[in-house]
Ligand binder design. Structure first.
Ligand SMILES: Cc1ncc(COP(=O)(O)O)c(C=O)c1O
Length: 464
């Protein structure tokens, strides 16, 4: 989040924060950065330290799906902690994880029936990637290891998962397992080559994917991984049919298709899983996290197809071991919370999202008349406003890459938190948001963007 000026000037707070390293810090202020302090939450709102009520525009990090202060989830946490706070998944089982797996298998598409739990999204992706390696080793295909991913994708912060991230600015100062990774184009229709229609753009993306497979050799490629909507890359909604066609090519070339649904699952697009219900594709593995507990407990996981597990069970190496697992795999508290969360999604919240999403998208689209706004896009209850320096070239503003932060700063002062991403603002509010609150959110955004335009003009950065 952006940093309101008044917080920067409070020495007391600075002192209190001195020992905290926040995620994704810059070298210059590591361990000293002061971000907005959030004290409490209620429904779609949070309160900052001064008691200012703010709409939680990104639902935390795309996760507080049922909203803040949900007593059903709080009770589930409390009750399960008293019933059984922990058991070792190495040599025992617990009831909540067995029941949750059964219900997730019912919701998952095709023969995706086997659930492995982790501690969040990165570990879910990491588990899936290591599963692919294990699977191919056991099947004697030890060369089949490369992973195809996309520019603009985001899959987490553990080593292998992070190696797949597509944003160059995050890659400059860190080490990655580059030898395993093949990156193909970002399927962003807004930035497609000039003169290409969206359907031509899609055809070319598919052609690029197939050519990549042919060049590298399917015998060397273990998996394709993709988010159904590239979330942290700026809510990129690929052209119609793209994800399905990628899936068909994966099948044809025996490449494991991992749908990273860490953001899109658990209601964000109006369904428990979006792969089949929204994009008409049945992957081999789905990874999930975040909304599975609405952020009330750190839990993630992967759902693996029966085909893959059957192949392993039938292999010539019955003792080969998937040497991978976490102390907190199948955590009873996380799974108990997820079960109650699922009850709420099934009990009307999914339907609410499906009914509300068109209004949400339509209201945000109305911001496209602002001269700084180049594109407004999204699906379900996730959207992105992309700012550009000039509409003709669609370039981000060169002199000031922090337009998103500027908008966030104004919006915070007006009562809205959003997620700034360089020159973009991402919105993914708690799923319980209603129409009147969407109106409130959009009005603040309009004012925040307008004030940013005034600042940019006053500072001589932009003359739009
Ligand atoms: C699509 C996707 N995959 C994986 C991750 C990593 O999840 P986590 O931060 O819970 O490790 C994220 C996080 O934003 C994500 O958006």
């Amino acid at each position: 989040m952006g940093i309101p000026d008044q917080l920067n000037s409070q020495p007391e707070l600075a002192k209190n924060s001195e020992h905290l390293i926040q995620p994704w810090p810059s070298a210059k202020d590591i361990g000293e950065e002061i971000r907005t302090l959030i004290d409490s939450g209620e429904g779609i709102y949070v309160k900052d330290e001064q008691g200012n009520k703010l709409i939680d525009g990104p639902a935390g990090m795309w996760c507080t799906n049922v909203g803040h202060h949900n007593e059903i989830l709080a009770d589930a946490l409390h009750d399960q902690a008293l019933e059984l706070s922990y058991n070792s998944p190495w040599y025992s089982r617990n009831k909540p994880s067995i029941e949750l797996s059964r219900r997730l298998a019912e919701h998952a598409p095709g023969d995706l029936e086997n659930v492995f739990y982790t501690t969040g999204g990165s570990t879910a992706v990491e588990s899936a990637l290591r599963f692919v390696q294990f699977y191919n080793n056991v099947r004697g295909r030890t060369q089949k290891k490369k992973i195809i991913c996309r520019e603009g994708g985001y899959h987490g912060s553990t080593y292998l998962a992070a190696s797949l991230n597509g944003s160059q600015r995050t890659r400059n100062w860190m080490d990655y397992a580059d030898e395993l990774v093949i990156r193909i184009s970002n399927p962003d229709p807004f930035r497609r080559p000039k003169g290409e229609s969206v359907s031509e753009f899609c055809d070319n993306l598919i052609l690029e994917f197939e050519n990549t497979i042919l060049q590298v050799g399917a015998e060397n490629i273990g998996a394709f991984i993709g988010e159904p909507i590239l979330a942290s890359g700026g809510v990129i909604v690929a052209p119609p049919g793209y994800f399905k066609r990628i899936g068909q090519l994966c099948k044809k070339h025996e490449i494991i298709f991992i749908a990273d649904e860490v953001v899109t699952a658990f209601g964000r697009l109006g369904h428990i899983f979006a792969s089949e219900d929204v994009f008409d594709v049945v992957p081999d593995i789905i990874t999930f996290a975040k909304g599975v507990t609405s952020g009330y407990f750190p839990l993630g996981g992967m759902i693996v197809s029966e085909k893959l597990t059957n192949d392993l069970r039938a292999s010539n190496h019955p003792d080969a071991m998937y040497a991978h697992g976490f102390t907190y795999s199948s955590h009873p508290i996380g799974c108990a919370v997820a079960l109650k969360n699922l009850d709420m999604l099934e009990g009307g919240l999914l339907e609410h999202v499906r009914n509300t999403a068109p209004y949400f998208q339509q209201k945000l689209a109305s911001l496209a008349d602002l001269p700084l706004v180049g594109d407004v896009r999204g699906l379900g209850l996730m959207a992105c406003i992309e700012c550009v320096g000039d509409l003709e070239s669609s370039n981000p503003i060169d002199l000031d890459t922090k337009v998103g932060e500027r908008i966030d700063r104004h919006c915070q002062a007006l009562g809205l938190l959003l997620r700034p991403l360089i020159h973009m603002c991402v919105m993914s509010p708690p799923l319980i948001i209603n129409r009147q609150q969407i109106d409130e959110m959009t009005a603040i955004l309009r004012e925040g963007i307008s004030r940013t335009m005034d600042d940019l003009r006053d500072e001589g950065i932009w003359d739009g």
